[in-house]
Design a protein. Structure first.
Length: 616
């Protein structure tokens, strides 16, 4: 047996990297390797089409161990368990308590309560937590920043009254005044001196965080992964530095900070982001000289993104949030919130909340993602992504530090400008379909109607209007522009687009499918066809169908034959569109044909133009 194995392995020689590259060049048949196969990421680095062991020769991350500094492989040694969290709007304490007790029986082991500052009182908290064992269930609270210290004092009194083991109480208070500056442009600096008081109040509860870094807000505003990573580090370091400067013990200060980070749809990159974040945060905290390496652990609550959620074809949101949840789980987060698929346009229903819970339970109970610590470790690709993200994220961190720290950078508006620029770019990419949103700007559901669904307006929940001395982040979902256009079409008049398919079978079918998808993005009714013998027959059929738009679908070579006769025969009785960008385009334009749809079009602007021409 051993001889057979030895012979088997000796028969094969491992090809070198150069041999792989030589083979690839042959298969590319002269095409540029870098243009065809190397992916230039939005994060500022290249991703190769393949990796080998030698690519990790200079990396330190593969040598790390789970549960040990710098925690790139996670904070735990034995398993990958995370808290399954669901957030509850707690306007009414009794109703919120009843809901909490109900979902605790359905797989949730972490609760998030959100309520206005006016509700903060001992009575409210006692009613809210009635029957909830806070030494078993993680409890998290978000209220008006001005009432966070009061809430901390009430919670400590409540925990002591209950006699909980302080080590076993796990949770957080979402105190993050800097978020108001970054997202709303409001001056909340007067609240920053409260942070040390909150930390001091909760100092005996080592697993209860009270200073939060909410970069999920940047994620929901369109930030690229490396931007969220770099700003999270700078944001967290700002709080850490302020706490230490105020006399708070380094270990206590570091353990008091929790990161609420978003998860976008880039599966492997997000997985690597959490690894890189732990690595870099551990290095940052280490520079403050903590007594224990355990203070260098990064506690992350991950939240699936709202930026890529859609109103139309909303069940596709489940696919997005499921891959996002997988990234976070495999990335080793502390806890996770899966945003219900309908959260964009309504208060989540019982059904959508159940599905959101089950998305995490599925990963735990059926996929066993909680059993294996850092399964991405040793993967050449993931280790490369981890290192590359760490390098680029560190550049952002250093740039912010050079500006005087995150607070100063936010006051100057450079953080806001950076995220706003990315948001604008991503909306532009979505308009051109360089960035896909399945069901919105690519492969929309032709027959779907909004049925009154409208995107929910964003509100800060504070209820107080203040001066805005600083720049703010303009947050808008990636699908919003297409949704507004489609709803406007639906509410005004839905035109009919008729595919006049003729000539080469493969090309006319491909062009008709492309055109149907293109025009349906605005909610147009599309009629596809098997083909016509003459353009006159096709035009007559289109007019009989009361078409507002006639789209000629054929091959590039045949457009020279069919386009002008079809255009003349139609004679302005409907809008005429050619599907494609044929070599004879200038000749067709000279004949009066002005509408073309093709892959280089700005889909959004083209559809807006068509609406204007149709009087919609």
């Amino acid at each position: 047996m051993s001889n057979s194995k030895e012979k088997l392995f000796t028969e094969f020689t491992a090809p070198t990297t150069q041999e792989w590259l030589d083979k690839i060049q042959v298969d590319l048949k002269g095409a540029d390797f870098n243009k065809r196969l190397v992916w230039r990421t939005n994060e500022g680095f290249n991703v190769q089409p393949f990796y080998r062991r030698e690519d990790l020769a200079n990396l330190k991350t593969p040598e790390a161990l789970p549960g040990e500094f710098p925690f790139v492989r996670g904070n735990k040694k034995d398993d990958n368990t995370w808290y399954i969290r669901q957030d509850i709007v707690a306007e009414d304490a009794k109703a919120a308590n009843e809901k909490a007790l109900d979902i605790l029986n359905k797989g949730i082991d972490s609760l998030g309560f959100r309520f206005p500052g006016k509700n903060v009182s001992a009575e409210f908290v006692e009613t809210l937590l009635e029957g909830i064992e806070c030494d078993i269930v993680e409890v998290n609270f978000h209220t008006c920043q001005r009432h966070s210290l009061e809430l901390a004092q009430i919670l400590v009194a409540y925990f002591e009254k209950k006699g909980y083991d302080k080590e076993k109480v796990v949770g957080s208070i979402d105190f993050d005044p800097i978020e108001k500056i970054v997202m709303k442009g409001k001056d909340s600096t007067a609240l920053l001196p409260v942070a040390p008081q909150i930390v001091e109040t909760l100092k005996d509860y080592p697993n209860f965080s009270c200073i939060n870094v909410n970069t999920v807000a940047l994620n929901n505003a369109g930030a690229y992964i490396v931007q969220e990573l770099g700003y999270a580090l700078a944001w967290g370091n700002e709080y850490l530095q302020q706490l230490v400067d105020a006399g708070v013990d380094v270990d206590l200060a570091a353990k008091s900070i929790r990161f609420n980070m978003g998860i976008s749809e880039n599966y492997f990159m997000e997985l690597a982001k959490f690894r890189a974040a732990r690595l870099l945060w551990a290095q940052i905290v280490k520079q403050y000289g903590p007594k224990c390496d355990c203070a260098c652990k990064m506690t992350v609550n991950a939240i699936t993104s709202k930026y890529n959620q859609t109103v139309f074809d909303s069940y596709v949101n489940l696919l997005r949030s499921q891959t996002e949840a997988m990234s976070a789980a495999l990335g080793g987060v502390h806890s996770m919130v899966v945003v219900p698929f309908d959260a964009t346009y309504e208060v989540p229903s019982d059904f959508s909340e159940r599905i959101a819970r089950n998305q995490q339970l599925l990963l735990k109970e059926e996929c066993h993602f909680n059993k294996v610590v850092d399964p991405g470790a040793g993967s050449y690709y993931i280790e490369h992504l981890t290192d590359s993200l760490a390098v680029e994220g560190w550049k952002i961190f250093l740039r912010v530090e050079e500006e005087g720290g995150f607070l100063e950078s936010a006051k100057k508006g450079s953080v806001q400008d950076d995220i706003n620029a990315t948001n604008v770019k991503r909306h532009g990419d979505a308009a051109k379909r360089k960035e896909f949103l399945l069901g919105t700007n690519q492969f929309p559901n032709f027959t779907e109607k909004s049925d009154g669904k409208r995107a929910k307006a964003c509100c800060c929940g504070c209820g107080q209007e203040e001066e805005k001395p600083f720049k703010a982040i303009s947050s808008s979902r990636l699908a919003a522009d297409f949704e507004d256009l489609r709803i406007h079409t639906e509410e005004t008049r839905v035109p009919t687009a008729f595919m006049l398919t003729i000539g080469n079978l493969a090309m006319r079918q491909a062009r008709a499918q492309f055109s149907c998808n293109f025009l349906a993005c605005a909610g147009y009714k599309v009629i596809d066809n098997l083909g016509f013998k003459t353009v006159e027959e096709g035009v007559d059929a289109a007019l009989e169908a009361k078409a507002d738009i006639v789209v000629l679908c054929s091959s590039d070579d045949e457009y020279a034959e069919y386009a002008i006769p079809a255009f003349k025969y139609l004679d302005g009785r409907a809008m005429f569109v050619v599907a494609g960008a044929p070599a004879c385009m200038e000749d067709l334009k000279a004949a009066g044909i002005e509408n073309f749809v093709h892959v280089r079009c700005n889909v959004l602007e083209t559809l807006k133009e068509y609406n204007a021409k149709l009087g919609i």
